[in-house]
Design a protein around this ligand. Structure first.
Ligand SMILES: Nc1ncnc2c1ncn2[C@@H]1O[C@H](COP(=O)(O)OP(=O)(O)OP(=O)(O)O)[C@@H](O)[C@H]1O
Ligand SMILES: [Mg+2]
Length: 426
């Protein structure tokens, strides 16, 4: 079902109006609304019925809060509201019915959110801030540009190598410094840090997309994505860790399609297991950034990823980025690492705990928190490479050895105690 409302930019309308059913709700609502800089007298009594009557004779606000508590048939009543509400309004409902089916139906019918009563001022603040973010989110039409879309996946060879740090920083630079409308898709559905690292709430956008891939369209994108800066929008989740992800991957495919239409750049923070389960995710990306550390385990997995990419994402330019590189006590030298993966490391980012800690403390991308750091300068270099990948179709040097051959050579780098050679068969 298509959503009946289309969020739009400010257009001389009131920023906010509410229609609630009881005084207690009004008492919680007014101060929060005033905090947001909106007029407290736009909080009216009368619930959904009054909202329909009022909006049938006056302009719709940008954000509309309606109380469904006195509604016998919320879905039907919401549809009558849709008939009088102008396109562009973001509607948030509230009510006392705690029923996930009703919630889903309301969301599918185009509501931004549903607040279960009674709610706290903080819950209200979150929902209104999210509605405001939707209003401010970049609109599909704004992205019409001559430049070809640049889609980049960032994958870590091992856990914790800094793939998310690089994905977030790359997206930040593309949007902020390069002024490209950018989507950051954090596909670490349960443990993603994209939102956390930018000091944002992840929202439910990605979870909704996975649950209802048929709902994904330009309008859904506008509503579900969280704005990190003027030109950067984020889609992520913090799915409960007791709920496994149930999807055939259709949602990811759809999202990539929509991003291509709505943004100049897409950056996907791609956990390795997603690549195994949904190989089509990389079928259309322009650039793949393999983030690695200079360790034996990372070298092995870098070789495996390079080999996989060669057969599954041959169209993609590949950049190998060594991160957290220390000057001394390396497990493998740069030279040995490059020999074993049989290609050059494109970018080497130094270990910089000060900037990394600063970035976490400030809730800013590493490149923003440590603008003048060497690490940031290296990610700027990477950003230029990524942007160049669309124009530059040069092939990487051909692999001359077989995959097994490379793994064999890698073993020769291992200290003997770490290598368990197969015992000769007798
Ligand atoms: N160059 C660096 N120097 C020092 N610390 C870094 C550097 N890059 C990233 N870090 C830190 O390393 C930690 C892990 O980074 P990050 O979450 O980006 O890794 P990841 O590969 O995405 O991990 P996961 O496997 O959990 O997804 C973070 O605390 C981050 O701040
Ligand atoms: Mg990560």
């Amino acid at each position: 079902m298509n959503a009946p409302w289309k969020p739009g930019s400010n257009n001389g309308r009131d920023p906010f109006a509410a229609f609630v059913c009881d005084e207690d709700t009004l008492d919680i609502l007014r101060p929060v609304v005033e905090e947001m800089g909106w007029a407290g007298d736009k909080c009216n009594m009368g619930g959904l019925r009054n909202a329909v009557q009022t909006l049938s004779v006056s302009a719709s606000p940008n954000i509309l809060l309606v109380d469904l508590s006195e509604s016998g048939d919320p879905l039907n009543d919401i549809n009558s509201l849709a008939e009088v509400c102008e396109p562009g309004t973001v509607v948030v409902a509230m009510g006392q019915v705690n029923d996930v089916r009703l919630y889903r139906d309301l969301i599918v019918s185009g509501l931004q959110d549903y607040l279960l009563k009674p709610f706290t001022p903080d819950q209200l603040r979150d929902v209104l801030a999210q509605a405001q973010a939707v209003i401010n989110a970049p609109k599909t039409e704004e992205s019409q540009s001559e430049k070809p879309h640049v889609s980049t996946a960032v994958i870590g060879t091992r856990g914790g190598v800094g793939a998310s740090t690089i994905a977030t920083s790359l997206a930040w630079l593309l949007s902020h410094d390069k002024e490209r409308l950018t989507a950051l898709l954090d596909l670490d559905v349960h443990f993603g840090t994209g939102a956390l690292s930018l000091d944002l709430e992840p929202g439910r956008g990605l979870t909704d997309a996975i649950d209802n891939p048929s709902r994904i369209d330009g309008l859904f994108i506008e509503r579900a994505m969280i704005k990190a800066n003027e030109k950067l929008s984020l889609l992520s989740a913090e799915a409960p860790i007791n709920s496994p992800m149930m999807t055939d991957g259709t949602a990811f495919f759809q999202l990539q399609e929509e991003f291509r239409a709505a943004f100049d750049c897409t950056v996907i923070d791609l956990p390795r297991d997603m690549l195994i389960n949904y190989p089509h995710l990389l079928g259309d990306v322009n650039a793949t950034v393999i983030t690695t550390e200079l360790t034996l385990a990372s070298a092995r997995d870098c070789i495996r990823l390079l080999s996989w990419l060669k057969s599954h994402a041959a169209q993609s330019k590949i950049y190998v980025v060594a991160n957290k590189v220390q000057t001394a006590n390396l497990e493998i030298s740069r030279q040995d690492f490059e020999n074993s993966i049989e290609r050059k490391i494109d970018i080497l980012i130094p270990y910089d705990i000060r900037t990394a800690a600063q970035s976490a403390k400030l809730g800013q991308a590493l490149v923003e928190a440590g603008k003048s750091s060497k690490a940031a300068a290296k990610i700027v270099e990477l950003t230029n490479l990524v942007l160049g990948s669309v124009e530059d179709s040069d092939e990487d040097g051909d692999d001359k050895r077989s995959f097994m051959g490379k793994l064999g050579e890698l073993k020769s780098l291992l200290p003997s105690k770490k290598v368990k050679e197969e015992a000769p068969k007798v």
